[in-house]
Design a binder for this molecule. Structure first.
Ligand SMILES: [Mg+2]
Length: 285
């Protein structure tokens, strides 16, 4: 019998209903009820930095988590009320990849490259460099040049490229190679002493994929894109982890499986006794 649950969830379009699909009216209220249980430790796992996590918590009236894995895995905070404590153990864990270099060193190394502009200070941290990149640049050639510079210095980094359609700008994050959502969830799980089967991850896309297709029990919310669902199933199957991936379908309990309804459905799938957590033990259904 499971006696505790480490519930780790992505924010945008997983917990936050900020996609195109509708949210079931009671979903977030039930999510609150679920995570207020003593058995549940809640972690938000997100690309957002601290201020943007706090903004989302306010805007969407979300429960305060116990932990936040932020900045795409490059920060880990323990949250107690208004106090956010950056976990030095995690910083030490990922620091090795950068061979003694930090943000300032790498920024200096890249300063002679054209077409790169550092993003605002709040989007940077010791182990995350974030740039705006002009879209008329040859971004793959630039990233190759950057990786060459990094290799020369013995730095293991991942370069994460995306495009901000609204701003018409490329976005480039440089992170320690091991600063991933997967590695951070595993680190937190080990630190807190949870078994894999006492852990559940919820996500919807992109950088969630590595966790979704790993042996960590996971749920893909129903609002995820069709191609993401297909890819997740294929990858989970290929790595022998199909049993640890659940696709929310909707209809539990009478909700549509999108966003927090999907997370709740995932918890119910892996931990059947959690239905009592939602209803109160004295009720049927
Ligand atoms: Mg997301």
């Amino acid at each position: 019998m499971t006696c505790g649950l480490l519930l780790c969830t992505d924010m945008d379009r997983t917990l936050l209903p900020n996609g195109h699909q509708p949210e079931s009216p009671r979903a977030r209220e039930l999510f609150h009820r679920l995570v207020s249980r003593e058995e549940v430790t809640l972690a938000y796992v997100t690309g957002r930095h601290r201020a943007l996590v706090e903004e989302a918590i306010d805007e969407y009236r979300l429960p305060l988590p116990d932990y936040v894995i932020g900045d795409v895995g490059s920060t880990l905070y323990q949250v107690r009320g208004n106090s956010w404590e950056l976990q030095q153990d995690w910083q030490d864990e990922i620091a090795g990849d950068w061979a003694g270099y930090d943000h300032a060193h790498l920024a200096a190394m890249f300063s002679r490259l054209d077409g790169l502009e550092l993003q605002e200070t709040d989007k940077q941290n010791e182990f995350k460099l974030s740039y705006y990149v002009r879209l008329d640049n040859d971004s793959s050639a630039m990233m190759e040049k950057m990786q060459d510079l990094l290799h020369t210095e013995g730095v293991q980094a991942s370069l994460v490229w995306s495009v901000d359609e609204l701003k018409g700008s490329g976005l480039l994050d440089i992170l320690p190679a091991s600063a991933t959502k997967f590695h951070a969830v595993e680190f937190l799980r080990n630190q807190l002493g949870y078994e894999r089967d006492q852990t559940l991850f919820a996500g919807d896309s992109g950088n969630d994929m590595q966790v979704l297709t790993s042996s960590i029990p996971s749920v893909l919310v129903a609002n995820a894109a069709v191609d993401v669902k297909a890819q997740a199933v294929t990858d989970a199957q290929a790595s022998g982890n199909r049993d640890a991936l659940y696709l929310a379908k909707g209809d539990y309990p009478g909700m549509n499986g999108n966003y927090s309804a999907g997370i709740i459905e995932g918890v119910a799938h892996y931990i059947p006794e959690s239905s009592a957590w939602l209803n109160g033990n004295d009720q049927h259904e």
